[in-house]
Design a binder for this molecule. Structure first.
Ligand code: DQA
Length: 145
């Protein structure tokens, strides 16, 4: 059972970026949380991928076809704009969980639409970096069914 965690633009700047919203922990901590959670949940492996480029994220989703069992994705700003990421998730048809560090539902109007979320079976928001552990748990439960 293999998981892929995908992070979109500016998440590599965690710790520096708007700490009042995203906290002071770094991207390395996010990776560690995912690796620890995946181990605890019985995944054989987890890859944690980050890109600032929409096409690279589409490429990584396509490459997941046939090689991973499920996806946890925080498309960051592309959440609210990218039909291409939505279509890629639909194309590979892998179980996917949407995760956001902040409580996007309590933020600006332009953050209220989620294209990627339309291809995800669950959504975790506002739980900080621990939300990734929660999202992996939901994915493991789905894969166990
Ligand atoms: C985010 C929320 C998005 O609206 C924003 O563009 C991000 C991060 C989050 O994790 O809270 O970059 O996805």
């Amino acid at each position: 059972m293999k998981a892929l965690v995908i992070n979109g633009p500016n998440l590599n700047m965690l710790g520096i970026r708007e700490p009042g919203i995203y906290g002071t922990e770094t991207y390395e901590t996010l990776v560690q949380i995912c690796q620890d959670a995946a181990g605890d949940l019985g995944f054989d492996g987890v890859e944690v991928f980050q890109s600032n480029h929409e096409g690279a994220i589409v490429d990584r989703i396509q490459e997941a076809y046939g090689s991973v069992d499920g996806i946890v994705i925080n498309p960051a700003a592309y959440t609210h704009t990218s039909v291409a990421i939505l279509d890629a998730l639909k194309a590979v048809s892998l179980p996917a969980v949407e995760v956001h560090i902040s409580a996007v539902e309590d933020r600006e109007d332009f953050r209220q639409i989620s294209y990627a979320g339309m291809a995800c079976f669950a959504r975790v928001t506002g739980e900080g970096l621990q939300g990734y552990a929660h999202a992996l748990k939901l994915l493991a439960e789905k894969l166990a069914k």
